[in-house]
Write a protein that binds this ligand. Structure first.
Ligand code: KG4
Ligand code: ZN
Length: 347
């Protein structure tokens, strides 16, 4: 079974070919990150335009590298939600055109389920059910992976995602976009105890979290220091932030594991590349004897391989889109196949 995966939800145009769910035959990423750096963050219209330019060569390169043609494929998987709408639409419409021309099934993939699936590529022995901490630029969730295509959210952020918190704090500390990795680098030489930061609590659900208070605390400390013309120790602020985020996320995961009884734990999403978080999760899992799975750094950020992999499982589960498939910026629950996704504009 050969599945092509197409990803265009943010600032990476990516395509990959996967054989039998987990055998990665080709993985091509055209990143726009350096272009957006100039503006301090992703400029949505610019992202859409670059996807338009890059999508055909990226898909062609993935097919060529895999040594296959469109005719050899069993299906075309594409990220249809969540993300920047103008960016998603490029991938969805390209996938539909290709599916129509080659008479192949189209397989809609929820971007966050793709992040989770990145683990199967690196660790095919990982099998549901298990608990997964999903942390990206837009999402922070504790997910019960009930099956390859069945998910239950146990906890989520009430406000900012962990990645957003890293990115905004990085910006105020003067680090370039994308900030998370800069915080990680700077933290290596800083003192994580130098700046005590709050561990926000959320009323109602013990497994929910909140990162906007933490972000505001960092921003306020930096601004107060500026007003008093004091020098902020950037590396130590980065280390303190990273340490605090890692502590919060690890504690929530530990609690979720205790409540559900899962002893197999995975991490997914761009922030799962963070060295402080990886170390803290490793220590927690070692303490309890839990088995921990993390994607390699190359598969933590957005890529086509994870979409092709999750697309393969969706394909096996019979999930199909049709040529009316639409894209959705938000509002689609993880793993949910939107009933109206392929039913819009029936004329
Ligand atoms: O999953 P992803 O590539 O895109 C989304 O789906 O959002 O995640 C991007 C996020 C950004 O906030 C980025 O700063 C963060 O992941 N990130 C990191 C690291 N590498 C990427 N955050 C902390 N430490 C890192 N090493
Ligand atoms: Zn992502």
């Amino acid at each position: 079974m050969l599945i092509l995966g197409i990803e265009s939800s943010c600032d990476e145009t990516a395509a990959a070919v996967v054989e039998d769910c987990t055998n990665l035959r080709a993985d091509i990423i055209a990143s726009q990150a350096m272009e957006h750096r100039e503006y301090g963050g992703v400029v949505p219209e610019l992202a859409s335009r670059r996807h338009c330019e890059n999508i055909l060569p990226t898909v062609q390169a993935a097919l060529d590298k895999a040594g296959v043609t469109v005719n050899d494929l069993d299906g075309i998987a594409v990220t249809y939600t969540p993300g920047l709408i103008g960016a998603l639409l490029v991938g969805v419409n390209f996938a539909k055109g290709l599916a129509l021309a080659a008479n192949k099934p189209i397989i809609p993939v929820h971007h966050m389920t793709g992040h989770i699936a990145a683990n199967y590529l690196a660790h095919p022995e990982l099998k549901p059910p298990y608990l997964c901490l999903v942390v990206s630029g837009g999402h922070t969730m504790l997910v019960e992976v009930v099956g390859y295509t069945e998910f239950r959210i146990l906890g989520t952020t009430r406000d900012d995602a962990a990645g957003e918190c890293f990115d905004k704090c990085a910006r105020v500390l003067g680090y370039p976009y994308p900030g998370g990795v800069q915080i990680d680098k700077a933290a290596q030489t800083g003192d994580p105890k130098k700046y005590p930061l709050p561990h926000p609590r959320v009323a109602g659900s013990e497994l929910d979290c909140s990162f906007s208070g933490l972000k505001t605390a960092v921003i306020n400390m930096v601004h107060h220091a500026e007003q008093k013309q004091e020098e902020i120790d950037r590396a130590s602020m980065a280390a303190s932030l990273q340490h605090t985020v890692a502590e919060i996320l690890t504690a929530k995961t530990e609690l979720a594991a205790a409540q559900t009884g899962y002893t197999t734990i995975a991490m997914a999403g761009g922030v799962s590349a963070n060295s402080g978080l990886r170390g803290a999760m490793e220590a927690m899992c070692q303490k309890h004897g839990y088995q921990l799975y993390m994607p390699p750094l190359s598969l933590c950020g957005d890529n086509g391989a994870m979409i092709a992999c999750q697309g393969s499982y969706n394909f096996l589960a019979g999930m199909r889109g049709d040529l009316t498939l639409n894209a959705y910026a938000t509002g689609t629950a993880i793993g949910e196949m939107r009933v109206d996704a392929s039913a819009a504009l029936k004329v």
